[in-house]
Design a protein around this ligand. Structure first.
Ligand SMILES: [Fe+2]
Length: 502
C-alpha cells in the first residue's frame, strides 16, 4: 500500500471510527436532564468553573495591580471547553464542551480580555436548533444523529497554536480550526493538503528551535498514527500515516533533535465497544499487559522506529525530551505527568460536570530514560503532583532543567491550587499557593533576554467568581505575583494557551 492509498484509507477510517450505532446506547432514557439538574442543584464552590457562558464575551478591561514586565507585553491566547449545556442538555464530560477562545492583551498596567466561541459546524448547527445533535468525546445520548465524519463532532476546545499568521484552534480527533488573531473570528477548517482533509491533527504540536513544527494525529480504529512536518511559515512539508499495533489514546508527544517520542498508555480503542453505542472515550479499554510503550520515530526517516516499554501508566502531557550520547548509544530523557491508571479521564473529569468530585490517583511528575542502545526504559517519579507542564520554548528538544506546572490537588483533578517550578533532574520544587479558593489553569513560561524569565497564567477565584491573570518572576514563584489583572467575571476552566510577544 503506498502513502496515498494509506491516507485515503485513514480518512475513511477516521469516519468509521466515530460512527455511533443509532439506538444502541444502553443508558438512561434521558440522562441529559438528570445531569443538568444535578449540576444546577450543586453547591460546590468550584461550580463556576464548569458553567456555560451564554454567548461571546466582548473586549473588557481588567483591574490591574502592579505592572506587567515589558517581556510579557503581548497576547496570551487560551482556549477550553465552555459550552457545556444547551437546551437543558448537559454534557457528561469536561472535554465535550464547545471551545471558547480567549485573548488577554497585556501592556504594562493595562490588560484587556475577549472571549469568543469557535464557530464549529457542530456548535453552529446545534445553537441554531437549540439542542445537541451529535455526540461528544465522552457523551452519547440516544437521540443523537449518526456522525459521518469526525469534524461533525469537532469542538475545537483543547489548545491554540499561532502558525502562518493565523491562530489554529486545536482539537485532536479531526481538523484544526483557523481563527483570526485580532478578532478570534472563525475562518473554517484547516486543510493541510487535499488528501488530508478531516484527518486528525492533535492539540500538542511541537516547535523545534529552528521553527519547524511537528505534530501527529491518531486514527483509532485502524491503528494509524499520522505524522506532520510543517515549515515555520505554515507550509506542510511532509505527512504520512504509520501503522502501529494496539494504538492507544495519545494526547501529547515530545521531540528531540533527531527523534519523535510517543509515550503510549495502555488505553486502547475497542471498535466493538464503539459499535455497541459507547462514547469515543468509553470505547477505550485499560490493557496493562501492554505496559506504557515508548515509540521512538526518526525525524528524517519515519520508517526507522524503536519501541521500548515502561510499566503501565496513564498520561495526558509531556514536558520535554532530549538526547544524551553515551558509550552504549543514545539515551532519550523525557519528562511527563504520570498517573497509575486512566481513572481521572473516566471519573474525575466526568463527574465535575454534575458537580461531584471523584478522587483518583494523583498524577506525578516523572522522568523516564529511554536507552536506545540497550533497548531498556527506566523512570523515576518525583513526589510532586502535577499537570499542565510547560517549559522554556527555546529549549524544545534540548536539555532543560525546569518544568512549570499546576500542583496541589484540591480534592481531585482537574482542580489545582498552586503553581510550581520543579527541577526535573533533582525533583526540587518551589511553589506559590493561591490560597485554596482559586483553581489554577495552565501557566506559561515567557522568556526574557535580560533575566530568568516570567511565568504567566490564570486562575478562577471561586470566592470572587472572577478570573485572575498573574505574572511571576520565573525564579521566585514563592515570592508571589509581580502583577495581577482581575476580570469582572469568571471564565470556564480552560485547557491550553500560547503567548505571542508584542
Ligand atoms: Fe492537553
Amino acid at each position: 500500500m503506498n502513502r496515498r492509498e494509506l491516507l485515503c484509507r485513514l480518512a475513511a477510517v477516521g469516519t468509521a471510527s466515530l460512527l455511533p450505532t443509532l439506538g444502541a446506547h444502553a443508558g438512561e432514557a434521558d440522562p441529559s436532564e438528570s445531569w443538568q439538574a444535578q449540576f444546577d442543584a450543586s453547591t460546590a464552590p468550584w461550580k463556576p468553573a464548569f458553567a456555560t457562558p451564554p454567548g461571546d464575551l466582548p473586549l473588557t478591561a481588567a483591574k490591574v495591580r502592579g505592572r506587567f514586565p515589558d517581556a510579557v507585553a503581548g497576547t496570551l491566547f487560551r482556549i477550553g471547553p465552555a459550552g457545556h449545556d444547551l437546551g437543558g442538555q448537559r454534557y457528561r464530560h469536561w472535554f465535550d464542551g464547545d471551545g471558547m477562545a480567549h485573548r488577554f492583551m497585556i501592556e504594562g498596567t493595562a490588560v484587556h480580555h475577549q472571549g469568543r466561541y469557535v464557530e464549529t459546524a457542530k456548535r453552529t448547527a446545534e445553537v441554531r436548533v437549540g439542542r445537541r445533535l451529535t455526540e461528544g468525546f465522552g457523551t452519547v445520548f440516544p437521540s443523537f444523529a449518526p456522525v459521518s465524519a469526525p469534524d461533525q463532532m469537532n469542538t475545537a476546545n483543547i489548545s491554540v497554536q499561532p502558525l502562518g499568521g493565523e491562530l489554529l484552534a486545536l482539537w485532536e480527533g479531526g481538523s484544526a480550526t483557523r481563527l483570526d488573531m485580532r478578532s478570534l473570528e472563525s475562518r473554517g477548517l484547516k486543510t493541510w493538503r487535499p488528501d488530508l482533509a478531516g484527518v486528525p491533527f492533535s492539540a500538542h504540536p511541537k516547535v523545534d528551535p529552528d521553527g519547524t513544527v511537528w505534530n501527529f494525529g491518531v486514527s483509532s480504529r485502524n491503528s494509524l498514527l499520522v505524522i506532520y512536518e510543517i515549515a515555520p511559515d505554515g507550509a506542510l512539508r511532509r505527512a504520512d500515516a504509520l501503522p502501529v499495533a494496539d494504538l492507544p489514546m495519545i494526547h501529547d508527544f515530545a521531540v528531540t533533535t533527531r527523534f519523535l517520542v510517543f509515550l503510549m498508555p495502555p488505553f486502547v480503542f475497542d471498535a466493538k465497544r464503539k459499535e455497541a453505542g459507547a462514547s469515543f472515550l468509553d470505547a477505550h479499554v485499560w490493557r496493562p499487559e501492554l505496559g506504557m510503550r515508548a515509540l521512538i520515530v526518526d525525524k528524517k526517516d519515519w520508517k526507522r522506529q524503536q519501541m521500548l516499554t515502561l510499566p503501565p501508566g496513564f498520561l495526558f502531557h509531556l514536558g520535554n525530551a532530549w538526547e544524551e550520547e553515551r558509550a552504549g548509544g543514545t539515551v532519550i530523557h523525557v519528562d511527563y505527568v504520570r498517573s497509575a491508571d486512566a481513572s481521572s479521564i473516566l471519573g474525575s473529569t466526568r463527574e465535575v460536570m454534575r458537580g461531584r468530585l471523584v478522587r483518583g490517583p494523583a498524577p506525578r511528575l516523572t522522568l523516564a530514560s529511554l536507552d536506545l542502545g540497550a533497548g531498556k526504559a527506566t523512570q523515576v517519579a518525583w513526589p510532586v503532583d502535577a499537570e499542565f507542564p510547560r517549559m522554556d520554548p527555546r529549549l524544545v528538544g534540548l536539555r532543560h532543567r525546569h518544568v512549570f506546572h499546576a500542583t496541589q490537588l484540591l480534592g481531585a483533578t482537574p482542580l489545582w491550587g498552586a503553581i510550581a517550578r520543579t527541577d526535573i533532574e533533582s525533583g526540587a520544587s518551589q511553589r506559590y499557593s493561591y490560597g485554596g479558593q482559586s483553581l489554577v489553569e495552565e501557566h506559561l513560561f515567557v522568556p526574557d533576554g535580560k533575566g530568568p524569565g516570567w511565568v504567566v497564567g490564570t486562575v478562577i477565584d471561586t470566592v470572587q467568581k472572577k478570573t485572575v491573570l498573574s505574572c511571576f518572576a520565573a525564579d521566585a514563584l514563592a515570592d508571589g505575583p509581580v502583577a495581577q489583572a482581575t476580570l469582572p467575571y469568571a471564565l470556564p476552566l480552560g485547557l491550553h494557551g500560547s503567548f505571542i510577544a508584542a
